[in-house]
Design a protein around this ligand. Structure first.
Ligand SMILES: NC(=O)c1ccc[n+]([C@@H]2O[C@H](COP(=O)([O-])OP(=O)(O)OC[C@H]3O[C@@H](n4cnc5c(N)ncnc54)[C@H](OP(=O)(O)O)[C@@H]3O)[C@@H](O)[C@H]2O)c1
Length: 325
């Protein structure tokens, strides 16, 4: 597996998102043994970047990743996130990137992950009540103490990225980026490149939609966030199936799977991009990781880049307000 650099942090070309093992998707938390085998198989295949967050569960996903990495910690570049749990009383899904909250959060994450350091510590969402300089300063202190190696942001806009980077170098920005979510190309990506910051695309498979495995709204159980997502409901869902069909047709032509085509397209967008496809299954981590060896021709890349835009917003209104785009 080829490696690239996110800022100064070296990671595998393709990482693994662990969220869906415990949180958000149909089947989450139902087979921890297979989830742990999936993480182990990823490491065997040369994947280093393993992605989790305090809010996933909350806490259950960090605990699972911690269990999976017992005895293998040095094989992983471990990334987690703070800022969506307020430890001052408000609890989960409340923005809090104050220095005091980060201090509490990091101790919990270290404990659950069974480690004395986090390789990449992201702010999960920008907190309008805390100047980003204070957040960056708090993370810089954790870096000085050896508890954190690198600083990241998630779904931050250009101004926040510049201000944070001015206080402490930002190694990576993790934001949604895929064949059907390309909003950051215009304003965010140029700033990342100017400042030498890497990009970690989350939901690179469009929450599974681009793989062709999602064909019917009734597939989503209670608690699956896609049930309330504009792209996965009603007329938008039906229109987006055409998009998935086109990815599938191109995949058949090039002798790859749709998931691999979606990932290979992302890899072709730059050597500073390391996607983190999420799966809780060994067979799929093998399939997704193999995309690192697929080179698409310029003609195929053009066709993929010219696919029609997705129908519907990426998030429902409440969640959309937390994104800086
Ligand atoms: N920073 C943020 O705000 C943020 C937000 C969302 C996600 N993330 C991170 O990004 C990671 C990836 O995003 P994501 O999991 O939301 O979306 P994703 O990677 O686009 O898609 C995951 C979905 O696709 C399915 N899948 C995976 N590989 C497949 C394949 N080869 N064929 C068919 N289906 C496949 C998975 O099901 P199975 O598990 O059943 O295989 C799961 O339902 C997460 O795990 C998380 O770490 C970050």
């Amino acid at each position: 597996m080829q490696h690239i650099k996110l800022g100064e942090l070296e990671v595998s070309r393709i990482g693994l998102g662990a969220m869906g093992m415990s949180h958000g998707y149909t089947g989450a938390g139902t087979d921890d043994a297979e989830s742990i085998r999936t993480i182990h198989r990823a490491l065997e295949l040369g994947v280093t970047l393993i992605d989790t967050a305090e809010i996933y569960g909350p806490y259950a996903n960090e605990e699972l990743v911690g269990r999976a990495l017992q005895g293998r910690r040095d094989q992983a570049v471990l990334a987690t996130k703070f800022g969506l749990v307020s430890h001052a009383g408000a609890g989960a899904w409340n923005l809090d990137s104050s220095p005091a909250n980060i201090r509490t959060a990091v101790e919990g994450s270290l404990k659950r992950l069974g480690t004395d350091h986090i390789d990449l510590y992201y702010q999960h969402r920008v907190d309008p009540n805390t100047p980003i300089e204070e957040t960056a300063g708090a993370v810089a202190e954790l870096v000085a103490e050896g508890k954190v190696r690198f600083f990241g942001l998630s779904e931050a806009g250009p101004d926040t990225i510049r201000r944070a980077h001015g206080v402490h170098p930002v190694a990576a920005v993790q934001s949604e980026y895929s064949l059907w979510t390309r909003g950051l190309e215009e304003r965010v990506l140029p700033v990342l490149r100017e400042l030498g910051i890497g990009l970690v695309p989350f939901s690179p498979l469009g929450h599974g939609f681009l793989t062709g495995a999602v064909r019917d709204e009734s597939q989503f159980e209670e608690g699956d966030f896609r049930r309330g997502n504009p792209r996965f409901t009603g007329e938008n869902f039906r229109r987006n199936l055409t998009l998935a069909d086109e990815v599938q047709a191109i995949a058949a032509e090039v002798g790859a799977t749709p998931a691999q085509v979606a990932l290979a397209w992302l890899l072709a967008q730059g050597e500073d991009i390391a996607p983190i496809p999420g799966t809780r299954r060994v067979a799929r981590v093998e399939e997704n990781t193999a995309a690192a060896d697929i080179d698409l021709t310029p003609g195929v890349l053009d066709r993929l880049s010219s696919l029609p835009p997705a129908a519907g917003e990426t998030h429902p209104e409440g969640a959309r307000q937390m994104l800086e785009r």
